[in-house]
Design a protein around this ligand. Structure first.
Ligand code: HGY
Ligand code: MN
Ligand code: MN
Length: 406
């Protein structure tokens, strides 16, 4: 079986565990998530890697260097998913790393660095809104304040970790020092149409967009839908609707994207004027000044809408990740590997966030994108890649690791 076929077959296999029937949802520490962690651990053991699961449920498989004091090259991505997700976001990077690490381990080829394949437990920030829980712990950027953050059922992250048998007190010890690491490599689906339109199987990521995320609550005044005159209402949903349209308008400016991905009326009823609306705001740009100016304008508009409508609005910052440049040294390693395979070298930025951002400033980072079919759709069951492209990515990753070893 071509390596690419095997990668897709393993992705299909992992997609069988889901919190939702008929689709793929695998959020942090759910029973489905725990089952996938156990399966990935089994894959890594079968590949001949020294395997363990850490205190935030990252699954780590090591192909050790003979030199105990050697630095580590991390090959990683995440195994959690968004709701109603595709099978390849995150998992492609883990499975491509798995087949390559297995090939190296089976060859017994000595490496001047430890090779750590890491399946990060939580990148999407779906259940707890805290971003990059898995990779932040390894990078020493886990924020203890996140432990109190509740999920939609009021369960705190700390409680969920304890219930999953994770030792919360051990989290700080997961942090790697700069001197421990030699490089961070991540294979990921592009989640956009650029490689598809260019008819290329892979591309090298130049930079990862900066990302600001907020949780917003708007509190108005409940009232009878039939008796309160329109001019004296303080309607939380109408205020939110104005804000959603402002985010869309303001982030339609060049170089920006803005999204309200969650919008809810917790105590909504058809015949009651909404008193409370909860929504999320996600603003991104490759240019940090552009992103932060848009954030300022959106927050100012939120306060203006609240004042004009007589409601109270509050925004909680959930993430403020600056744009990250990928290492030109490692980009060139990937470029030589791609050139070696006779393919044109295409470099492109990433609008999506990735675990790689957690390692910025700690070690050199590089990402290889793999073409997405179906117009480049992602965060959707329509997400698709080909075995051929997965095979190309595996061959390039192997060649890049061998180049780093030389
Ligand atoms: O939101 C993102 O960019 C990534 O999928 N977590
Ligand atoms: Mn994603
Ligand atoms: Mn991802």
């Amino acid at each position: 079986m071509q390596v690419g076929d095997r990668i897709l077959q393993l992705a299909d296999h992992l997609a069988q565990w889901s919190e939702t029937p008929g689709g793929l949802t695998c959020t942090y520490l759910s029973p489905a998530h725990r089952a996938v962690a156990a399966e990935i651990s089994r894959f890594m053991q079968n590949a001949g890697l020294e395997t363990h699961t850490d205190a935030v449920a990252n699954v780590i498989g090591r192909y050790a260097s003979k030199d105990e004091r050697a630095p580590t090259v991390i090959v990683a991505s995440h195994y959690d998913t968004v709701r109603n997700a595709g099978k390849y976001d995150g998992r492609l990077g883990i499975l491509t790393g798995l087949v390559v690490a297995e090939q190296i381990a089976r060859s017994g080829k000595p490496l001047p660095f430890h090779l750590d394949l890491i399946a990060f437990s939580e990148e999407e920030g779906v259940r707890f809104s805290a971003p990059y829980i898995g990779s932040s712990a390894i990078a020493g950027r886990f924020e203890s304040a996140w432990l109190e953050w509740p999920d939609t059922k009021g369960i705190s992250l700390a409680q969920a970790l304890r219930e999953a048998g994770c030792d919360v007190a051990a989290i700080p010890s997961l942090a790697h020092r700069k001197s421990d690491l030699a490089a961070y490599l991540e294979i990921h689906i592009e989640q956009g149409p650029v490689l598809l339109d260019a008819d290329l199987p892979v591309g090298i990521v130049t930079a990862i967009a900066g990302n600001s995320r907020f949780g917003v609550t708007i509190e108005g005044t409940a009232g009878h839908a039939g008796t309160v005159p329109m001019g004296v209402r303080h309607d939380a949903a109408a205020a939110a609707a104005e804000l959603v349209l402002y985010v869309e308008r303001r982030c339609s400016a060049p170089g920006l994207v803005g999204t309200v991905g969650r919008l809810s009326l917790p105590d909504g009823a058809i015949n009651v004027i909404p008193s409370r609306c909860e929504l999320s705001i996600d603003i991104r740009s490759e240019d940090d000044a552009n992103r932060l100016a848009a954030v300022d304008d959106v927050l100012a508009e939120m306060h203006e809408i609240a004042k004009r409508r007589g409601v109270r609005a509050h925004a909680t910052l959930l993430m403020d990740a600056a744009a990250v440049q990928c290492s030109s040294r490692l980009q060139d390693v990937f470029a030589r590997s791609i050139g070696q395979s006779g393919l044109p070298v295409r470099r492109l930025p990433s609008g999506a966030g990735h675990d790689a951002v957690m390692f910025d400033g700690i070690t050199d980072i590089a990402m290889l994108f793999v073409r997405c079919g179906n117009g480049g759709v992602s965060h959707s069951p329509l997400e698709t890649i080909t075995a051929h492209d997965a095979d190309v990515a595996a061959r390039i990753l192997l060649d890049a690791i061998e180049r780093l070893a030389r």
